[in-house]
Design a protein around this ligand. Sequence first.
Ligand code: ZN
Length: 139
Amino acid sequence: MSRKIPETLRKKVAQRARNRCEYCLSSEADSVLAFEVDHIFPVKHGGPTTLENLAYTCVICNRHKGSNIATSEYLSETLVPLFNPRKDLWTDHFKIHDGSIAGKTEVGKGTVKVLELNDIDRISERRIQIQSGSYPGPI
Ligand SMILES: [Zn+2]
């Protein structure tokens, strides 16, 4: 969610993420839009504006994540939490293949779905970045 984040805190979040989206790993240098700071546990659910609850995100991931914290399959009663960059290791939950991001776990698969990480335009953009050597960068 978009909230006013103090500039010093925003810089710390960006530096910690090495100016990459913590969900899709895209680089802010490859984006025409400034990256945003996501409340992993949303403000509307009581999440604080602290370094431990913030993630650096591209605009697309942040719009799709919104205030979501979990997902489920239709008619399933099982909730699966979304990937949490502060608690989860990206490579434990995702792998990259030919520009697509595949979920290796239920958390990864649910996050790919909710954040629409494999929208065809996003895959195309990633393929260009892979060819130019800017994606995924150090994970
Ligand atoms: Zn992203």
